[in-house]
Design a protein around this ligand. Sequence first.
Ligand code: PMP
Length: 297
Amino acid sequence: MRGTLSTMKKVWLNGELVDQDQATVSVFDHGLLYGDGCFEGIRMYNGRILKLGAHLRRMYQSAEKIRLKPAYDPDAIDRAIRETIAANGLNDAYIRLIFTRGAGTLGLHPFKCPTPGTIIIADTIQLYPEELYENGMKVVVAERPRIPIRCLDPSVKSLNYLNNIMAKIEAIDADVLEAIMLNIDGQVAECTGDNIFLVKDGRITTPPREAGILMGITRQFVMDEIAPACGHVVDEELFPLETLLHADEVFLTGTAAEIIGVSQVDEHTIGNGQVGPITRQLIQEFRNQTAENAPED
Ligand code: PMP
């Protein structure tokens, strides 16, 4: 998350709203010991929680795939999220929902953790600087590939983000904000915290699930609602880095990033080095759709 926590927030922790300095977890929690758990990053725009339904569905799918039985059902979490936002007096917010495996023994055994942890943090978020939405951002291609589906399916939004963090360090070392991650077959997968799209000859494509990606909620929103509202369809297709480098436009999507154009990948300029017309159109449509009546389903 790119935001910073301001002081004395109320955090929802295992059924109660507590001051943030009281919001602590056990050192025996397997979320801490092993990154054993899952999470969601969710946005509220002008009092409406964008795609909350989709985020909750993905959260419970992640939990199921790692065989974590959540302590609360989706309706209870929906209410708790709204309660947390209200307790912090927010109208625009970034919400972090976390399920941890819970406290157990020092060994790996996940089923020796009797009670899973549930955490909801609501705060504001600082996006990439507006200047980058205007001019596009530079990214690099990480040398480290995205972890293969057979090892740990990237469609599980697990608390174990070291694969992405190591690629993010490559971006930081290169003095840029994001890194593109290829899968082990050399196809483009996604970025460390964003999905990726390209535009070529007016056609929009994005890597499919088989590329080994997180099935981004913003990605789906763009495919199902934003692009169609602009008269475009999006095709899911595997493509190598070479195809991306020769695209007319490249853009990223994510809950925090929304939609942002890419101007440069490593030393390669994308298109004419400016944010392309289709990306601009999609950014505008995203802003229109979230400004007043963001869909919550
Ligand atoms: N890929 C990865 C690896 C992510 O962590 C994220 C979210 N931060 C995304 C893609 C974008 O997903 P969403 O649109 O659901 O935020």
